[in-house]
Design a protein around this ligand. Structure first.
Ligand SMILES: [Zn+2]
Ligand SMILES: [Zn+2]
Ligand SMILES: [Zn+2]
Length: 330
């Protein structure tokens, strides 16, 4: 049921979006001036429901180009020698897509059947492989921001894909660490996660656990047991196991504070496949801000011990049969 839009007509020509090289950190920053014009408030009619602006035809899962793309297709750019004055600014090359998980406006990944989540995984894998085949694209980031609290402007269950013309710093750092010290996930999974106090849930192919040095109160990793580098390299059984574990983990998140918990989910590929899952909440009604002490130092101060966070998520229990997502709003 996958449906894709054709190439955009304004190919790579948004004059208000560009990458700028920051000489203070020697990292690229995306300046996306044009995106300020996108709607900030929910539209009157949901554009992702069947019959809406972005979903004219019935679908089960669907991806399409973001109408307000932060990254745009075009010819490949050489990022090999950043920092020369002539190369401090380059077009915001890449791709930005939206992934609809379900036609049901009130669904979530946790409320969908395993078979349906498997379709989402297949779509993520297919888009990743297709985008990585483009010469201008070096890295594909699959992610989801759920709820207005983390910037989602539309409530309908959906995620996004950003395809970058370079390997972004967070992923590049994991590549560099693995190259110098060996794969840390193989080491951790191989040790059985120590005494198991940080394990939340697991199946034959994937584990969900809190990180030993988690920077966020209920931060989880969902990692493949096997050293598999990307989604599209997962076989049939592992894709089903991933669907099961994603659903299980996200249902625990919703039960943690008995509310539809805002979260940020992103996939890191390239070394050892894993998802990061973070909520901005530290308590049911309290937001965990990353403010001056942490931004200024680059050191996170996590107010919840990872072992305690894991115990609470274990106690939240697995999804019950036919369980629907909670409907409380945040
Ligand atoms: Zn909708
Ligand atoms: Zn590994
Ligand atoms: Zn990672």
């Amino acid at each position: 049921m996958q449906e894709l839009v054709g190439e955009p007509t304004n190919r790579g020509r948004d004059p208000e979006s560009e990458f700028r090289f920051d000489l203070l950190t020697r990292e690229w920053v995306a300046i996306t001036g044009g995106r300020q014009k996108r709607p900030n408030l929910p539209l009157k009619d949901c554009p992702f429901c069947v019959g809406g602006l972005e979903a004219a035809e019935p679908y089960l899962v669907k991806s399409f180009r973001n109408r307000w793309p932060a990254l745009m297709p075009g010819e490949a750019i050489d990022f090999a020698q950043p920092g020369r004055e002539s190369a401090l600014t380059v077009p915001s090359r890449g791709a930005a897509e939206v992934v609809l998980y379900s036609p049901d406006h009130d669904a979530s990944l946790a409320s969908l059947s395993c078979e349906h989540v498997r379709r989402v995984i297949d779509l993520w894998a297919g888009r990743t492989e297709t985008l990585m085949a483009r010469p201008e694209i070096k890295y594909v980031l699959v992610f989801e921001n759920r709820s207005a609290e983390v910037g989602a402007t539309i409530a309908h269950p959906h995620g996004q894909i950003y395809a970058f013309p370079f390997i972004p710093p967070a992923a590049a750092r994991e590549v560099a660490v693995a190259a110098e010290f060996g794969c840390p996930l193989c080491a951790e999974v191989g040790r059985g996660l120590g005494d198991g106090s940080r394990l939340v849930t697991a199946n034959d192919s994937f584990l969900a656990f809190t990180r030993f040095a988690a920077g966020w109160p209920f931060e989880l990793l969902i990692a493949s047991r096997k050293h598999i580098f990307d989604l599209f390299a997962l076989d049939d059984r592992r894709r089903n196991d991933l669907a099961n574990l994603l659903r299980d983990t996200l249902a625990r998140y919703d039960r943690l504070f008995n509310q539809r918990l805002p979260y940020m989910l992103w996939l890191h590929a390239g070394v050892h496949l894993h998802f990061h899952l973070v909520t901005p909440r530290r308590q049911a009604d309290a937001v965990r801000f990353v403010a001056a002490g942490e931004l200024g130092s680059g050191v996170l101060f996590n107010p919840v011990k990872p072992e305690d966070a894991a115990a609470r998520l274990r106690a939240a229990g697995p999804p019950k049969l036919n369980e629907q997502a909670t409907t409380e709003t945040v």
